[in-house]
Design a protein around this ligand. Sequence first.
Ligand SMILES: [Zn+2]
Length: 227
Amino acid sequence: MPIERIIQGLTEFQDNYFSTHQEFFQLLSLKQAPEVLLITCSDSRIDPNLLTQTKPGELFVIRNIGNMIPPHGTLNSSEGAGIEYAVAALNIKHIIICGHSHCGSMKALLQLNKLNEDMPLVYDWLKHHGEPIRRLLKENHKDCDEAELLRIAIEENVLTQIENLKTYPVIHLSLGRKPPATQGEECLLRSILALDIFLKSFNSYTATTCYKITRCPKNFFAPVILL
Ligand SMILES: [Zn+2]
């Protein structure tokens, strides 16, 4: 894609969309108040707003290679800072961890040694944060074929990241907090949902599995999000 297309897109946005939605952008300039933190992969095929049909200002998004959350205590983790800010400052109520099929990071994790020389930084990231998944696959799913291994890796990765998420004091506190007497909009983290999205094609997304954390008060679960 030539860079001119990006510049042209920006110009079109400013001339057309922005100018016809000025009131909306004026409101956005005052503050952000998203209720959802969405954690997903950097994969270019995932467009969080398109996928969830939301507008600017409705999702706080953390993205990285393989939608991974380093556990609390990892030095200088931008993911940790993002999670803390989302929960403590923005009072977000739902966290979605969104994995996806055909994930290049998970494919790479299955052939990790090949990466060591060519992409040492990617290797380090996956080796460090993907080790529990790699080990689990090695020990429990030795006989699976490649496609099945990838499917399991994608699912286990999402589940592993939920566990890592729970190591953050700010999450721990929010989950343990009692619901308010009235169902107001106090800063209660209502639910953590993890979505495993299987990309059947570039045009259609379906969620085949959803996982919930059951530690939240039952009546405070948001409905499972199905795409
Ligand atoms: Zn991916």
